[in-house]
Write a protein that binds this ligand. Sequence first.
Ligand SMILES: Nc1ncnc2c1ncn2[C@@H]1O[C@H](COP(=O)(O)OP(=O)(O)OP(=O)(O)O)[C@@H](O)[C@H]1O
Ligand SMILES: [Mg+2]
Length: 235
Amino acid sequence: MSILPKNEPHKPAGTPRNFFIWGPTMSGKSYLAEHFPNVLVLNTDGNSAMGTRPSIQLKNVRNSDGSLKVSVIDQLREVLLELGTTQNTYQTVTLDVIDDVCEMIKQAICIKGGKETLTDFGFGKGWDMFYSILTGLVMDLKALPINVIYISRENTKTDDAGNTTEVPSLKTKFYNIVNGNCDLVIRTRHVGKSYLRNVTEIRRRYKASEVDDPKILEILKVIPNALAPETKVGK
Ligand SMILES: Nc1ncnc2c1ncn2[C@@H]1O[C@H](COP(=O)(O)OP(=O)(O)OP(=O)(O)O)[C@@H](O)[C@H]1O
Ligand SMILES: [Mg+2]
């Protein structure tokens, strides 16, 4: 039997599953992520203790001699394996915040290799290891049958003409790896008494009638431009 699929158009996925939420501190990133269905928070900044969802604190644990006891890389591997292979009720996993996860991965590689920085490995070897671990993590997360949310803080970028724009604080190279696997990028802001959200990048315009998860639909409905208007019959 051929392994090639039948050469005919197929319907694209109607429900976004991979999200990137960014914004300044206290702008409602974690709050928005908590409203996704059955969330498990993989937390780096301790802030999730303020939230109401179950969480796991990500960290590199050292022995008394400074060597690595448990690396964040192994910890993430174990959590993902359990999420993917055991019967559990989680429907969403959040990395709060992905910037810190990247720093912890770098730190784990350096401690293991006895180096101060990734560059000290020479010949780009340290960075190769880092990119391969980050790419693997993002791909493993995407392969899980649940929603994935990456949270990042906010930074400003100034161009040659002196114009400043707000951007996710995750380094562009890392952001491209993560975002290449996301369907929807949402920015949060806290202005006066309002908590605002807007879509900054979207894979395709999702239609309410095609979103098969009512809780995701509820969230998309309150984010301007996350949903495309339904095409009217006869038009
Ligand atoms: N849409 C909202 N409606 C009401 N309260 C909100 C809303 N969004 C956030 N808040 C409140 O604002 C505070 C900050 O929100 P949150 O912790 O989600 O911010 P954050 O962007 O994750 O901040 P940090 O970067 O520090 O982690 C919390 O007390 C939260 O309950
Ligand atoms: Mg937060």
